[in-house]
Design a protein around this ligand. Structure first.
Ligand code: NAG
Length: 223
């Protein structure tokens, strides 16, 4: 490589890094103005999220800010903003995935599903609404006293969201199948921000594709 070329490469690289930072920061303040909880670097809640990874290497990556949507609607607002802007982002549920950049990100928007943490049990039809931000341990705790258990993760610290995207192998799978087979309805935010229900009757293709391993392209929200 000629010396001139090296410099051009260096300049382009630093410009790209600057642009990515600028756009991520823009989206952080824009989402904040819309009332979505945004944590910036060096705040305690920001650091708490980064400590909540199975792999500390993932926690070493520093996003520009962290968004914590509290509903499918807020998740939709975030996805709609991302649709129009050229910035990197990642979605974190339990943070159990060890690969850097899957549920973690350097200089981009990190969306955590930690506030999508409802467990609502319906004794009549013996179903439960389970938020994707829960760990399986906390999801099960939410059912304490009901006499029911979940076809869910084999380790308590695994998150509901990522596990479900992989189909979900459970200790109960030999009897009940994959965890995803036991979900009656997924409430999903599509890539264009539209919220849909995916079940046996509606959006059946979406339901099928949720249970495939592609965490960077789909987000599951159930609340
Ligand atoms: C969003 O995507 C879905 C699925 O492709 C499509 O049916 C829907 O019309 C889109 N909505 C908008 C507002 O573009």
């Amino acid at each position: 490589m000629r010396p001139g070329q090296t410099w051009r490469t260096a300049i382009v690289t630093s410009l790209a890094a600057f642009c990515s930072l600028a756009t991520a920061a823009d989206i952080c303040s824009k989402l904040n103005q819309q009332g979505i909880t945004i944590e910036n670097r060096l705040t305690i809640p920001f650091l708490n999220v980064l400590q909540d990874y199975w792999s500390t290497a993932c926690g070493d990556l520093r996003p520009t800010c962290i968004a914590s949507p509290k509903s499918a609607l807020e998740m939709s607002q975030i996805v709609k903003e991302l649709h129009d802007i050229d910035t990197l982002f990642a979605v974190k549920s339990g943070g159990h995935m060890p690969n850097n950049g899957f549920a973690s990100i350097q200089d981009g928007l990190l969306i955590t599903t930690q506030n999508l943490n409802n467990v609502i049990y319906n004794a009549e039809d013996q179903t439960a609404i389970i938020g994707p931000g829960l760990s399986w341990e906390d999801a099960q705790k939410g059912l304490d006293g009901t006499g029911r258990t979940l076809v869910g993760g084999r380790l308590g610290g695994v998150g509901v969201g990522g596990y479900m995207l992989g189909g979900g192998l459970s200790f109960l799978s030999s009897q009940y199948g994959w965890a995803a087979n036991n979900v009656i309805n997924f409430e999903v935010v599509l890539a264009n921000g539209t919220i849909v229900n995916a079940n046996e009757k509606e959006n059946t293709g979406t339901q099928m594709s949720i249970a495939s391993w592609d965490p960077r392209q789909r987000m599951t929200v159930e609340q």
